[in-house]
Design a protein around this ligand. Structure first.
Ligand SMILES: [Zn+2]
Length: 222
């Protein structure tokens, strides 16, 4: 099995599959080659299963591979056009899906799509946050949109809301769950019974929506 070894100042070793489907082994500086080999051998089954799962996900969900992009709960066709400006552009409409004007560079394409999601997220998630904040009679400080691996949202003690731009892959009613959840933290800063009770009052089917992310969240690949 091929893998990349990264020697670092750290106490324990870790094995992970990166986004380019490479096996990355991070080890403490003093760890010997024999010990590294042994460690990888011990985790071979896990590595192979995870790698296989990630490959399937990549082949069925990555928009460059599949030519379709998950946005607001629907898969939209993605077409590429030769763009004569270096900046490139993403155009979306509900009839033809995504049109990406690009020089053809993969990094540029991914950057453009990420930017599109970020811009849409900024507007849409602010609107929803404002709506729920008004309804609950709470106030937030500011909103940040970031791309994160698995965390959909968070709320800080200072009242800052943070959302993962990947939630824009989900249908709008599912996005509403994430927003209500974070805004609700402005009232209950924990996951106490009172928090969940208030969630249920505002959104009686919140559990179903919460489960949606558990079930389909891994498909959110942008
Ligand atoms: Zn929470």
């Amino acid at each position: 099995m091929e893998y990349i070894i990264i020697k670092q100042k750290r106490k324990t070793a870790s094995i992970a599959i990166d986004k380019d489907l490479r096996v990355v082994v991070k080890v403490p500086k003093y760890m010997s080659q024999t010990a590294i080999k042994k460690l990888v051998a011990e985790h071979e089954t896990w590595i192979e299963t995870t790698l296989k799962k990630k490959k399937v996900l990549y082949e069925t969900q990555d928009f460059i591979k599949t030519g379709r992009l998950l946005y607001l709960g629907n898969y939209w066709p993605v077409t590429f056009e030769n763009g004569n400006n270096q900046q490139g552009k993403v155009v979306f409409n509900e009839t033809s899906g995504f049109k990406i004007q690009t020089t053809g560079d993969e990094k540029q394409i991914r950057g453009l799509v990420e930017l599109f999601f970020k811009e849409r997220a900024k507007i849409y998630l602010k609107e929803l946050s404002d709506e729920y904040a008004a309804r609950l009679g709470v106030q937030y400080h500011k909103i940040t949109i970031r791309k994160q691996a698995t965390r959909w949202g968070s709320c800080s003690r200072q009242g800052n809301l943070s959302y993962n731009l990947k939630i824009l892959c989900a249908p709008t009613d599912m996005i509403a769950y994430v927003v209500l959840h974070e805004v609700m933290h402005l009232r209950h800063f924990n996951h106490s019974q009172a928090f969940w009770k208030a969630m249920e009052e505002e959104m009686p089917d919140y559990k179903r929506r919460m489960n949606y992310f558990k079930q389909f969240g891994q498909n959110f690949m942008i």
